[in-house]
Design a protein around this ligand. Structure first.
Ligand SMILES: Cc1cc2nc3c(=O)[nH]c(=O)nc-3n(C[C@H](O)[C@H](O)[C@H](O)COP(=O)(O)O)c2cc1C
Length: 155
């Protein structure tokens, strides 16, 4: 996403949310916040950042995207159909100008024993891959580029 936006002539500061402050927001024209899902939840640090900086976020063009595995299903890959983004934005009472939902990676060999088997169980329940050797990236990078283009276009 960063490379794409830079290729359109914009400059991008990419940083972990832990390092972002109100001053970071003040120094940029637009803000894009992304977070992945671990066991049904977005990282608390992202939620706290949005809550603490809501007024400033609302004062400039903003985008939020979520990455998760539920989004591998076509019927759950839109801002209006992905349960995680719907729940988060309702909970925060925040309406970013752009919302994105992207499917992430399933990489069993990288996970520890407990995570691997918990996720295998979730995948078994939701008819996904359960072979512990599976390493698949479900991300549709064309959709990511389209989202990046919309960020460039956002006023
Ligand atoms: C420990 C763990 C728990 C996860 N729990 C969920 C989940 O509850 N729902 C879901 O859709 N995806 C879940 N995922 C999938 C992640 O959202 C996906 O792998 C994403 O690409 C992770 O990105 P990150 O490594 O940048 O956090 C989980 C992944 C891991 C490693």
């Amino acid at each position: 996403m960063k490379t794409f936006i830079e290729s359109q002539g914009h400059s991008v500061t990419l940083l972990p949310v832990e390092e972002a402050t109100a001053a970071t927001l003040a120094n940029h024209d637009k803000v894009v916040i992304g977070a992945s899902i671990r066991y049904g939840k977005h990282q608390k640090v992202v939620i706290d950042f949005i809550e603490q900086n809501k007024t400033q976020l609302e004062s400039k063009p903003s985008a939020f995207y979520t990455v998760n595995l539920v989004a591998r299903k076509p019927e759950k890959c839109q801002p209006s159909t992905n349960p995680y983004i719907l729940k988060l934005l309702a909970q925060l009472d925040w309406k970013p100008d752009l919302e994105g939902v992207f499917a992430g990676k399933l990489n069993y060999p990288k996970y520890g024993f407990i995570d691997r088997n918990m996720i295998r169980f979730i995948m078994w329940m939701t008819k996904g891959p359960t072979d512990p050797k599976t390493n698949i990236e479900f991300t549709d990078w064309k959709r990511v580029d389209q989202f990046a283009q919309s960020i460039c276009d956002m006023q």
